[in-house]
Ligand binder design. Structure first.
Ligand code: ATP
Ligand code: MG
Length: 716
């Protein structure tokens, strides 16, 4: 079947054909035969790289020209960005003379989302969608198609329940809307098919063959029984495998167990990869490495990255700031970077030009969970990054076996293995209390029977017993009532103002309850800067946890001593050593946040606290949101003094500055570094900026004429 023969807008078919989409892939044909272009809901569980996105795109084109909206749900921001770029092609279509618009929204959970109404296609993360439901955003009724990508995430311990409840909502409340659910790694597709009540497209077809193999003692053994000998060096097996691929004009991706290992592999490989850069590639690599130094603050990590990238090798992990991660992804896609060494976070959905994926270790390291084996599902997702049709005509995944003895077992477990079945995680206490509350908020006056009925439509109820669910629901309800988040009026449930605010602020009820206690505990007339940071850092919602290490304790004790007056929750007695240690644990995060708002640079924070820029940004972003939530609850409970203090603290976290710079960082184009430059030069307020001459402003470090002009204009 050709695109031009399909009942879709002609312009779109033309553009896609010009981009090289000529014939449909078999799974795409199957979906079309089943009526996906006429609004049929489908669960599509075909292999990685089998073109699931195009099915969703074609169905979307029909919806938007009919005047319906499309919502595309993804688990990750990086994936949301990729899909947003892909769906932008719909902006070449018109409806009633108006161009179609594609938008994206991945954060800012407390904003109601009404401004998204102007878009026809809205790409969101699952969490953002959940927050839009809670705000009961008005345009939800206009949605004619929901696409749920990487739906295997339903089985994820932390984030699965949010997607599960969202899908339950879609199936029960948006009955007329079409649903297209996608994943390459669902073993128990029948469960999901029955749960969602939609047709299944399952087919074992991939446009590009993918072979899996295992490496031991200089030989790769592929699952099709072929063998390949590799030249061995003393740089290590993963690097030997990568260089073997690169020397044949391919690009390679290594998955490593820890960040540290990803970095060291990239560094060690860089001496070799540089030899495979052609003249123009070497020039581009140099530019890219320069760009890395120019984006954001320089740290030891960014200098190292810049050096390896210059040689065509890079590392990629959550410790990198997101602009740096984007540079690496794009450099890899353009073929400038030949090798990327990543942690398992880079796994699902993304289109990368890796001909060979090398699994250096089947273990992963999580600072909280410790060391654990990766699941078969994750392994299969990693494999799927190899051999993407727009880049290569075959793909390989090779596991480095720790020893010959292990090889057989690994083949049996992983290569021949099947992904674990998707299992609902909704029964977790934290998940249930959150979703029971949000259900009551969006359906005020719901009674127990209706609540049971809604939850009986979840995957959990389908996979486990409805009885077990009902009793857990009861427990969650009791907790919400006793903490005054929900009230019962004549057998019907209503959220209190407190409960509503918690749900809208998108925080765990437990976080809200802890915040309330702290607000009651705080003494009037005292300063609580560190105290508020401490409440935030110990809340359920704060991540990354950044638990203190043994060697941090001395610093922490000193810090505690200096700031003890500001604490809201005081340290427990040292005689109960366990709770005292637990108390200390959270203070690494507190000190990092404190350093951030006191203008410590990223470099210094890395050196002093061992916190990498990517984690620092995640921590400050989470703290910003939680501090906002805290300030909103201060407002709700009428504590105006704590409200002003926390709102000021929020602004400082947002910009990473001392209070005196707040006016200056409010100006577009002025960040924490430039604001400090201005301040030191005696320019301390908007008035000062108006008064100072353009020449003087432009002469300051890191300012220059263009920016000086802009700053003066904005300050007017
Ligand atoms: N009919 C087609 N002709 C040519 N290329 C296609 C066609 N359909 C899809 N592709 C290309 O195949 C690549 C993989 O598609 P896509 O990203 O949709 O995979 P996927 O099935 O979602 O895989 P994953 O499960 O890994 O997310 C894309 O780069 C896309 O451009
Ligand atoms: Mg996909």
């Amino acid at each position: 079947l050709r695109l031009s023969e399909l009942p879709i807008p002609k312009e779109l078919a033309e553009i896609l054909e010009s981009k090289g989409y000529k014939e449909l892939y078999p799974p795409q044909e199957r979906a079309i035969k089943l009526g996906v272009l006429e609004g049929e809901s489908l669960l599509i569980t075909t292999p990685t790289a089998s073109g699931k996105t195009l099915i969703a795109l074609l169905a979307s084109s029909n919806k938007v020209v009919q005047g319906k909206k499309v919502v595309y749900l993804t688990p990750l921001r990086a994936l949301a960005n990729e899909k947003y770029e892909e769906f932008k092609v719909l902006e070449s279509l018109k409806r009633n003379g108006e161009w179609i618009r594609v938008g994206i929204s991945t954060g800012d959970y407390d904003s109601p989302g009404e401004s998204l109404a102007k878009y026809d296609v809205i790409v969101v993360t699952n969490e953002r969608f959940d927050s839009l439901i809670r705000h009961n955003v008005s345009w939800l009724d206009e949605v004619g198609l929901y696409v749920a990508d990487e739906i295997h995430l339903v089985g994820d311990y932390d984030r699965g329940p949010t997607l599960e409840v969202a899908l339950t909502r879609i199936r029960t409340m948006a009955k007329d809307a079409q649903l297209i659910a996608l994943s390459a790694t669902v073993k128990n597709a029948k469960h999901l098919e029955k749960w969602l009540g939609i047709k299944l497209v399952s087919m074992n077809w991939r446009p590009v063959p993918l072979v899996e193999g295992i490496y031991s003692h200089g030989v790769i053994m592929f699952s099709d029984n072929s063998l390949r000998k590799i030249m061995r060096t003393n740089r290590g097996e993963a690097i030997d495998l990568a260089i073997d691929c690169i020397s044949n004009e391919g690009q390679a991706l290594i998955f490593a167990e820890t960040r540290k290992r990803a970095v060291s592999l990239a560094v060690r490989a860089s001496e070799l990869t540089r030899m495979y850069l052609k003249e123009d590639e070497a020039k581009n690599a140099k530019e890219l490495s320069q760009q890395i130094l120019e984006v954001g603050e320089e740290t030891e990590l960014s200098r190292l990255l810049s050096k390896t990238v210059e040689c065509g090798s890079a590392f990629h992990h959550a410790g990198l700031s997101s602009p740096h991660r984007r540079i690496v992804e794009n450099g890899f896609k353009k073929g400038i970077i030949k090798l990327v060494c990543a942690t398992p976070t880079l796994a699902a959905g993304v289109n990368l030009p890796a001909r060979r994926v090398i699994i250096a270790s089947l273990w992963r390291y999580d600072p909280i969970e410790g060391r654990s084996k990766i699941s078969v599902l994750e392994y299969k997702q990693m494999c799927g990054r190899a051999g993407r049709p727009q880049f290569d005509d075959y793909g390989e995944t090779i596991i480095v076996a720790p020893s010959k003895y292990d090889a057989e077992e690994i083949v049996y477990e992983y290569v021949k293995g099947e992904p674990e079945p998707i299992r609902s995680q909704l029964s977790r206490e934290a998940a249930l209390r959150t979703h029971v509350l949000s259900t009551i908020v969006s359906l005020p006056g719901i009674d127990r029977q209706e609540l049971n009925k809604f939850f009986s439509k979840t995957l959990f109820a389908y996979q486990y017993s409805k009885l077990a669910l009902a009793s857990r629901l009861g427990k969650a309800l009791n907790m919400l009532i006793s903490e005054n988040l929900v009230e019962k009026r004549k057998e019907r449930f209503l959220a209190t103002e407190f409960g509503k605010r918690i749900s809208m602020l998108y925080i765990d009820p437990k976080t809200g309850i802890e915040f309330k206690k702290a607000i009651e505990l705080a003494k009037r007339g005292e300063k609580h800067e560190v105290g508020i940071l401490h409440i935030i850092a110990t809340s359920e919602d704060f991540y990354p946890k950044l638990y203190a290490r043994e060697r941090d304790y001395e610093q922490i004790l000193q810090f505690l001593d200096e700031h003890k007056e500001e604490l809201i929750v005081k340290p427990p007695s040292i005689t109960s050593y366990h709770s005292f240690e637990e108390y200390l644990q959270s203070f690494r995060a507190v000190m990092v946040l404190w350093a951030w708002i006191n203008e410590y640079g990223e470099e210094e924070i890395l050196a002093r606290f061992g916190v990498e820029p990517g984690d620092l940004h995640r921590a400050t972003e989470t703290a910003e949101w939680l501090c906002y939530a805290f300030s909103e609850l201060c407002k709700l409970f009428g504590n105006s003094e704590l409200y002003s203090e926390s709102i000021r603290l929020h602004d400082r976290i947002k910009h990473g500055v001392k209070g005196e710079l707040l006016q200056l960082v409010g100006i577009e184009g002025v960040g924490r570094v430039r604001a400090r430059v201005l301040y030191s030069a005696g320019i301390r307020s908007l008035k000062d900026i108006q008064r100072v001459s353009l020449e003087r402003l432009a002469s300051l470090p890191k300012i220059g004429f263009t920016l000086a002009r802009k700053i003066k204009e904005k300050a007017r």
